[in-house]
Ligand binder design. Sequence first.
Ligand code: NAG
Ligand code: NAG
Length: 531
Amino acid sequence: MDGQLLLVLLLLLLGASGPWGQGPGPEGPSEEPLKEEFPEEKVTEEENGILVLSRRTLARALQEHPALLVEFYAPWCGPCKVLAPEYSKAAALLAAELATARLAKVDGHAEPELTEEFSVTEYPTLKFFRDGDRLHPEEYTGPREAEGIAEWLRRRVGSSATRLENEEGARALIDAQDVVVIGFFQDLQDEDAAAFLALAQDALDMTFGLTDQPELFQKFGLTKDTVVLFKKFDEGRADFPVDEELGLDQGDLSRFLLTHSMHLVTEFNSQTSPKIFAAKIPNHLLLFINQTLAPHQELLAGFGEAAPPFRGQVLFVVVDVGADNDHVLRYFGLGAEEAPTLRFIDMDTTKKYAPAAGELVTAAAITAFCHAVLSGQVKHYHLSQEVPPDWDQRPLKTLVGKNFEQVAFDETKNVFIKFYAPWCPHCKEMAPAWEALAEKYKDHEDIVIAELDATANELEAFAVHSFPTLKYFPAGPGRKVIDYKSTRDLETFSKFLDSGGQLPAEEPTEEPVAPFPETPANSTTGPKEEL
Ligand SMILES: *[C@@H]1O[C@H](CO)[C@@H](O)[C@H](O)[C@H]1NC(C)=O
Ligand SMILES: *[C@@H]1O[C@H](CO)[C@@H](O)[C@H](O)[C@H]1NC(C)=O
């Protein structure tokens, strides 16, 4: 059965009887001329410019609005409440410019038939229906703020790239923004042009143009299909030639645009950090300086000079130790007084590298350092706090990276260690039980109860991926490690210790939380709530 027929049948089943391809309907419910004919199906409810749909009105709304974005929400859902004002603002923006696009919402709790039909499993879920096609909505993956939502729709209802006919038009587009991407395609109907336009639909923070004009190919020195990124900084322009045999690969183009739209040297702050992480450049080189000091500022020239050959492979980032960047310093185990200094990080492994002590921050030294790290000649370092002078003075011992090996793998001791993060709620919850355990076993010569802040101390032996992590290191040779995954209370801990690292039966426990409190901002998704 073809889609069209299925659609008609479905609509018949649902009681919709209006003709197809009727085109855009009138905007306001009160102006609807067919009101008499379809009394029970007409959308009559509207809240802040958003159509309120139900199973009875959805079919009719799809028919009347060729571009319909529908939010499935639940009355109790927090993220839905956050979205609501932005969603209304987006509706107002679009009402002024795009007569064919409408925003709507469905209370998923009140309309279980619809949540089932559209496989809605979390709130809010947004789906975009085009030309009344109820069977193939597009999942909304755009931003959750008004301008972003409006732009996402604009790029679907209209074209995602401005069609350029002459040099004047091209220059005007290029001049309008810091970064402008133009696709030069000899045939605008071919697959490469289609792939380009599809990418432009989602790359909302860049402006796109498109042309097939021979005059423009010539003006910009091109003979073949090419995507050109024009920028008002650094190299000014970067070309992405379309592979004549393999065609345009969207993933490759997307990485190319992210890489080349970044400045060669990016200053780290709350605006740039999402881009720094989204660019997915495999390595970052960070220069830590105090921007208020002239000698530090002078180092920027050499840093910028070293950057070009590493574009795409190493992202050069400047971190001002005087700005609100303490979390970055902590992550690298640095103090502000250590500036100026460099740190290199491999983003896949999160291995960190430091230049030799006393190394000057010159272009030549930076280049040499990058080459040395990339060719595996530099050993990565592990974070460690200094061993506190009183680390073994209390029943609960304090471990850091520097004394971990010696204590945990002591062959004469059974060592039970809590790896925690200072901000982790489950860690705080279990802290009294852990203190009590240390107190209870303080007179056992062969038992050590300890804790280690795993956000400030990295271990050679293993990486800690969640908090809290509890591990038992039994006495004896062979560096044995037993993971403790049971209930976190004094009684169960004691049983475990008394039986030398075993428990009668595994009891379920709550999931530990992820190792990092925040992930880099993700503009395409927001928090969701389970259905
Ligand atoms: C945003 O999050 C989604 C879902 O977790 C993920 O698939 C996507 O790659 C993320 N995007 C970025 C830019 O990190
Ligand atoms: C940066 O330098 C200024 C001037 O010497 C100094 O007052 C300030 O404390 C420094 N900032 C940091 C975070 O070290």
